[in-house]
Design a protein around this ligand. Structure first.
Ligand code: DTR
Ligand code: CA
Ligand code: ZN
Ligand code: ZN
Length: 437
């Protein structure tokens, strides 16, 4: 049992703080396949996406068979996705709302960097209906957006625009979570959105390939991707109002998205185009059989890769090679409830200032990480809080990548990772500390 210690009100100084700036428009012309100077998106590994679906299935199995609003399986899904994003260097926040007398949650994840006045957001609803696990509806969209966000992190993407990702609660009850999010965005914030991309049911077992017919630039981005695969697409006609993009469209934000079909029956002409059978695109729509066996792998793979293509293209991201790396792997013991200790890296040979996306890889072994306050101290003594004290975070170890806007700091000099254990019991040590410029 931890001793209660006043929680630090942690002002996370410049750790990917994202203030949003002015409006950026989208052009009506067709988006280039990959803008000049931007690199093509990586392939999204289908196996990774399917692993997320398997994890969603396990969560449902362990929580009454569903991941519905107001049920334990939904909050467990939020916690699952959030943990992966935190470990990948995202700035995450969980937005609570109330509906039908129960608490709902939206998860928002910001990728540090990019123009805060031009926000590209990709999202999916994370809730299922109460009758089942909701693997296609909408584990498929949630998993593809999650894996794309993780791919952004793996690539060290440096987008021109600011990237944000969202997982919505209570969509099945009427787009409740996404409406709450948009309605609580001040008008000035809404006007900074360049676009919102929605992914709801993108792995249907008898799939069609539908593209939302909303913003022309976003629509063309998806269409050209599938054309490059030689896969014909159709305009999604029944989509208006049928998923979370409607919340954004209703306030004037450009939207787009993908869909592989629900209970509607595939026509014979569509069978000619896409294969499959003249039955429902998803015969398990809103049913208990919407499990991991209710997925078409080819559709899930193609659509996951299309998500990444759109995120890379519309944010005009480029993966510039990472700069020099400086690391200290010497173990430094952390006194229990005692004085702060440091691990130092001496940076040399880097001209000018540090970047706005300085990567700080932290590896601390500890049996109750909530005890720890972790700071990055620049050569001139400026302190950047990476992790605040938490009386409730009882998990082990701090193994994370933080992205710090250190652009006001001269690069060369002694950079320190400073760690202090603020509560008695549980001990640990700094295992390693690495800076990538
Ligand atoms: N309402 C969505 C499923 C859905 C039905 N038609 C469309 C069109 C476009 C996107 C999604 C949908 C749900 O049940 O979550
Ligand atoms: Ca893939
Ligand atoms: Zn649904
Ligand atoms: Zn859905």
């Amino acid at each position: 049992m931890k001793l209660s210690v006043p929680r630090r009100t942690a002002a996370l100084a410049a750790v990917a703080a994202m203030a949003l700036g002015g409006l950026a428009g989208t052009t009506a012309s067709a988006a280039p396949a990959t803008p000049a100077g931007a690199l093509a998106a990586p392939d999204i590994p289908l196996a990774n996406v399917k692993q997320h679906l398997a994890d969603f299935q396990s969560i449902a199995n362990a929580n009454g068979g569903n991941r519905a609003h107001g049920r334990p399986g939904y909050k467990a899904s939020i916690d699952f996705v959030k943990a992966k994003l935190d470990a990948a260097g995202y700035t995450t926040s969980v937005q609570q709302f109330s509906y039908n007398g129960t608490t709902g949650y939206n998860l928002i994840a910001d990728w540090p960097g990019g123009d805060p006045g031009q926000v590209i957001m990709a999202g999916a609803h994370l809730d299922s209906v109460s009758s089942g696990a909701g693997i296609n509806d909408n584990g498929s969209g949630s998993a593809a957006v999650l894996e794309t966000a993780l791919a952004v992190s793996r690539a060290g993407l440096k987008p021109t625009k600011h990237l944000r990702f969202g997982w919505w609660g209570a969509e099945e009850l009427g787009l409740v979570g996404s409406k709450y999010y948009v309605n609580n965005l001040p008008t000035t914030e809404r006007s900074k959105f360049s676009g919102y991309l929605n992914f709801d049911m993108i792995g249907s077992p008898n799939p069609g390939y539908f593209v939302y017919d909303d913003d022309p630039t976003i629509e063309q981005t998806f269409k050209s991707y599938f054309a490059g695969l030689g896969v014909p697409t159709e305009i999604e006609t029944e989509g208006d109002g049928r998923s979370d993009h409607a919340s954004f469209k209703n306030v004037g934000i450009p939207v787009g998205g993908l869909f592989t079909g629900a209970s509607r029956v595939k026509t014979s002409a569509q069978v000619q185009k896409w294969g499959g059978t003249t039955t429902a695109f998803d015969r398990c729509y809103h049913s208990s059989c919407d499990t991991t066996s209710n997925i078409n792998d080819t559709a899930l793979d193609r659509n996951s890769d299309a998500v990444a293509h759109a995120v890379w293209t519309l944010s005009a991201g480029s993966t510039t090679p990472p700069g020099p790396v400086f690391e200290n792997t010497a173990d430094v013991s952390i006194p229990d409830n005692g004085a702060a200790v440091t691990s130092t890296v001496d940076v040399t040979g880097v001209t000018g200032n540090a970047p706005s996306t300085l990567k700080v890889d932290v590896n601390i072994v500890h049996t109750w990480r909530g005890d720890l306050v972790v700071d990055l101290v620049a050569p001139d003594g400026s302190v950047y809080n990476l992790k605040p004290y938490s009386s409730s975070d009882s998990a082990d170890n701090v193994i994370a990548t933080y992205t710090v806007n250190a652009s006001s700091e001269v690069a060369n000099g002694a950079w320190k990772l400073r760690v202090q254990d603020r509560a008695a019991q549980d001990t640990g040590y700094i295992n390693s500390f690495k800076l990538t410029f």
